[in-house]
Unconditional design. Structure first.
Length: 334
């Protein structure tokens, strides 16, 4: 019974979000509308974010409690940098941070040409501030990666193969770290992608023992069984989405997910939208969004509403596979 319930919830969280996005977002107008709604929600929630960062009280959660509805637990997490970690209405502060980072390049790049640079800069500042107040290194990493990719895209805009050059540099960087460090590149990356040495060590231990569990059940995974770890690792939390998939469902499931995910991004990225600046901007914003998320999901785990939302945005961008570019003369403002 437990396995049946778990399969149903996973199907709703993953396929539910993905299929809604794939079925209902079918053109540039509806996709741009989703980006505007997402960005508008973050801007409207910013005052509540400031209140929670000082008081530690989530206004939305407290409001819904008064209505008698079921709400996420208002977590009491240690302060960081003298501030409370903002959770808003999500299960964990990191989920609020990831919700904000999804809008980063989607808005700033995707809606270029519709909103002025000044307006986009102000809204981008609010998005980044909201993300920062989650005080989650994983969410901040996603925002920083996207901002870095935006700068790279702008600085190298006249170079035809700028993304191939960046990918090559990344591979070289990975190999150099592997040769010079006594740790794996992933462990080195996690040590710099956290707020503290303690968090870095914890994530490194999760990865090390997680891979031990992956190889102990490589085909079908652990299922709902607890994972093997030292006694001092008192929590079963796995701060790595990709590792979690491999551990629980096995390497075949991990392969199907990552190959399909990567292939979809590659297919959209290969489309020729040179003559359609509106479409090219939406495509670039969507790909940069998932470029940041892909890296961040190796340091955090997602579940519940944010899990469904991430794959909703993923499915919402796949209409571009069938999109027909327009000439500059026929483009209409969205």
């Amino acid at each position: 019974m437990e396995a049946t319930q778990n399969a149903g919830s996973i199907g709703v969280e993953f396929l539910g979000g993905y299929l809604i996005g794939r079925a209902f977002i079918r053109d540039r107008h509806s996709f741009a509308a989703v980006v505007k709604i997402l960005t508008g929600l973050i801007v409207l929630c910013f005052p509540l974010v400031l209140i929670e960062s000082q008081s530690g009280t989530s206004v939305p959660i407290e409001f819904w409690k008064m209505t008698g509805l079921t709400t996420p637990v208002d977590l009491a997490i240690d302060r960081r940098m003298g501030l409370e970690r903002v959770q808003l209405s999500f299960e964990h502060p990191i989920h609020w941070g990831l919700f904000c980072t999804i809008a980063t390049s989607l808005y700033f790049i995707g809606l270029a040409g519709r909103h002025s640079l000044g307006l986009r800069s102000v809204v981008m500042t609010v998005i980044c501030a909201s993300c920062f107040l989650s005080l989650s290194s994983g969410a901040l990493l996603a925002a920083i990666v996207q901002i870095g990719l935006i700068f790279w895209s702008y600085l190298c805009r006249r170079i035809g193969r700028r993304w191939l050059i960046l990918s090559t540099c990344f591979v070289i960087f990975y190999v150099v770290i592997d040769l010079l460090s006594n740790r794996t590149p992933i462990q080195v990356f996690m040590s710099y992608a956290t707020f503290s040495a303690e968090s870095a060590y914890w994530r490194s231990a999760i990865f090390q023992w997680g891979m031990t569990n992956v190889w102990s059940a490589p085909v079908f995974g652990l299922g709902l069984n607890d994972w093997l770890r030292p006694v001092w690792m008192h929590t079963s939390s796995i701060d790595n989405f990709w590792l979690f998939i491999a551990m629980r469902f096995g390497l075949p499931a991990f392969t199907f997910l990552t190959v399909g995910y990567g292939y979809a991004l590659w297919r959209v990225g290969r489309k020729d939208f040179t003559m359609d600046r509106t479409l090219a901007a939406l495509r670039l914003g969507w790909i940069l969004c998932f470029g940041g998320l892909t890296l961040t999901l190796s340091t955090v785990h997602i579940w519940g509403s944010i899990y469904g939302f991430v794959f909703f945005i993923f499915g919402a961008g796949l209409w571009m596979l069938d999109a027909k570019p327009r000439s500059p003369q026929s483009e209409r403002t969205i």
